[in-house]
Design a protein around this ligand. Structure first.
Ligand SMILES: [Zn+2]
Length: 56
């Protein structure tokens, strides 16, 4: 058993989510949330970069 860093729930299914230097042990629910947040952040960055390119 391990404890999820996201919601403090003990679970057998811990996934390690690494982002830069940060590593979190997350249950599958929190892992999916983290991946989704990451994708949204990346899309936002892409959109921002696209706008900058378009401008100049
Ligand atoms: Zn969790």
């Amino acid at each position: 058993m391990a404890t999820c860093d996201g919601c403090d729930v003990e679970t057998d299914e811990i996934k390690v989510y690494g982002k830069g230097r940060t590593r979190q042990r997350l249950c599958s629910d929190c892992y999916e949330d983290a991946v989704r947040d990451d994708e949204i952040a990346r899309e936002a960055e892409d959109a921002m970069g696209g706008m900058m390119e378009y401008k100049g």
